[in-house]
Design a protein around this ligand. Sequence first.
Ligand SMILES: Cc1cc2nc3c(=O)[nH]c(=O)nc-3n(C[C@H](O)[C@H](O)[C@H](O)COP(=O)(O)OP(=O)(O)OC[C@H]3O[C@@H](n4cnc5c(N)ncnc54)[C@H](O)[C@@H]3O)c2cc1C
Ligand code: SF4
Length: 487
Amino acid sequence: MAGQKMLKFVDVARDMPEKRPPDLRRDDFHEIYAEYADDKAKEQSSRCSQCGVPYCQSHCPLHNNIPDWLRMTAEGRLQEAYELSQATNTFPEICGRICPQDRLCEGNCVIEQSGHGTVTIGSVEKYITDTAFEEGWVKPIRPHTERSESVGIIGAGPAGLAAADMLRRAGLQVTVYDRYDRGGGLLTYGIPGFKLEKDVVMRRMAQLEDGGVEFVLNCDVGDDISFDAIRGKHESVLIATGVYKTRALEAPGVGSDGIVRAIDYLTASNRKSFGDDVEEFDSGELNADGKSVVVIGGGDTAMDCVRTAVRQGARSVKCLYRRDEANMPGSLREVQNAKEEGVEFVWLSAPKGFTTRSDMAGTAVEVVGGVMVQKMRLGAPDATGRQMPELVEGSDYVEEADLVVQALGFEPEDIPTLWGVPELEVTRWGTIKAEFTTGQTSLEGVFAAGDIVRGASLVVWAIRDGRDAAAAILDYVDQGASVVAAE
Ligand SMILES: Cc1cc2nc3c(=O)[nH]c(=O)nc-3n(C[C@H](O)[C@H](O)[C@H](O)COP(=O)(O)OP(=O)(O)OC[C@H]3O[C@@H](n4cnc5c(N)ncnc54)[C@H](O)[C@@H]3O)c2cc1C
Ligand code: SF4
């Protein structure tokens, strides 16, 4: 991969500052791609006290050997630091950019806890691997021995790709099926480019393809090919399809034009970054430019939507959340970033319905004009100890909006029904029932990993699951399993 040309990628925030609202035309967005020079990496790494109780490591889902690669970086031994970092993490440059470090490694750094500010572990991790790509230290995937057994992976998100990487390195024949036209899953079409540049994801796709992983894209399993056909083709199958069913609001007026789903809004924006023709974006349907935007929800997806709307040139951006700031499910750092970028948070507020406006004379289409907001207060705790929001009677008002984005979370699709495999067991939440640490499902030779097992989670956990499942698949194949015939 040495010297590989990065794909052209246009990011509105970085490349088109004139598109930002006037008071936001500045250069101090908290972008992860800000230059991180060698001396800063060394300076940060040398702050690690080598404390001997590496809580950072135990709170990293991949148990990365953080203290050791920080020490190597501080000593200028960057290539060794890279070798050590990639031994436990398939995509360190991606985790370095988008892990919620404040909840994981950095939040548990003893220097942070003693009040002196964490070592910026994620930024160093990103820096080490970006440098490794630039310097040609990232080796192509070239298995020592080719094996005849093959594995089919459904889903090219981080779980599927991490497994593909490990299995291919072990010499197995790997085919990844995905319904989208590009691999990467939510790394490509969910997470915005200002958090994770798309050329960084495509660089990994190119590395896997170059290493012999076959990608069958635009292939919706259950529609374009049956699950049984895939099982019949491969010794083992990994299901890594993520969770995509949007939790939808049920309120009067919710079907009006201008009320959209977060995943559609973010996908359109990401597609545009690739230079694709996106009709819904160009028509304004999925574009916040010049609009009053209200995003409903308090998680990281909501933060991605508000920050995308700011960058698209929205007139105003508000985030409506039914609890208070202390109870937001999203990363505190993301909330802080959004605030600094001009997003207004409307706490303790829930949508009751939507008003429509009649500027579409001559058509029967209802167009959203505002959100009917009802104020809430926090009441008694529920079974989990979290305070339940309660209605404050008589406090309703209308929040003006001409684009409303619903970001209320995701649920799994009903895979056993969609794929015609009722014997594939699921939990009461609809996620696939899989053995902890191996991902083994109720079907022989079929494993599962990532969000489809955990429910909506994190990239780093998807990588961990993909790696664990790959190890279990290798064991399974090594035991000489014969091809499981389609039923
Ligand atoms: C907007 C957004 C922002 C996020 N930001 C962050 C963040 O900053 N940091 C973080 O750690 N996590 C973040 N997450 C969560 C993270 O993206 C997911 O936890 C992670 O991507 C899950 O990986 P996965 O491989 O299980 O699934 P996915 O990434 O969802 O990939 C699943 C793949 O399976 C494919 N697929 C599904 N069904 C089929 C089918 N029937 N046939 C063929 N292919 C199929 C899909 O097309 C997709 O490519 C974010 C999530 C969202 C929605
Ligand atoms: S993978 Fe994530 S949690 Fe682990 S060290 Fe890297 S940034 Fe921290």
